[in-house]
Design a protein around this ligand. Structure first.
Ligand code: FMN
Length: 141
């Protein structure tokens, strides 16, 4: 996939602005390790690997400035995990990107953002189940 790095993004889960949980869309905010590969800002499907447990989880990832809410240039890496609601704070994780879903947008309302994010998760599920998604899973396992 041209837009996704072939090596994982590694980092630590940190506290974000705390909006996601209130929106019913909790995300793990990742502080990437210095020098770790990161794709350009966009929404992606990918696999989240937790170092401590050795488990791998289905994920939809936002890399961007969250323009719906912020006017800063700071890039956030946020992961919505499809299959584990657990608290990941402080954990070391790796993100294995599978495919780009769409570009980041500035939505006029939170409802529009949530509609788009739910659709992203649906598309991400299919991408993770695709031949390429399963290949990435085999490489990291
Ligand atoms: C699947 C997904 C898609 C997202 N798409 C956008 C987007 O297009 N525009 C945007 O401003 N933020 C987007 N975000 C980021 C949200 O704004 C962010 O997760 C939310 O504000 C919670 O941030 P917090 O965890 O720092 O509180 C997306 C997040 C996810 C998980």
């Amino acid at each position: 996939m041209a837009d996704t790095p072939t090596a994982p993004l590694s980092g630590t889960v940190v506290h974000g602005a705390g909006r996601g949980r209130g929106l019913g869309f909790p995300t793990a905010n990742i502080a990437p390790d210095p020098g770790t590969p990161a794709p350009p800002p966009a929404i992606y499907s990918g696999w989240l690997a937790r170092r401590a447990s050795g488990t791998v989880h289905r994920a939809t990832i936002s890399v961007g400035t969250n323009p719906t809410f912020c006017d800063t240039s700071e890039i956030h890496t946020e992961v919505y995990c499809h299959d584990t609601p657990g608290d990941l704070y402080g954990e070391r994780v790796e993100l294995w990107f599978v495919a780009r879903i769409r570009g980041t947008e500035r939505f006029a309302s939170v409802d529009e953002l949530l509609l788009a994010a739910r659709e992203d998760v649906r598309r991400s599920e299919a991408l993770l189940d695709s031949e390429h998604g399963r290949h990435v899973l085999a490489v990291l396992s």
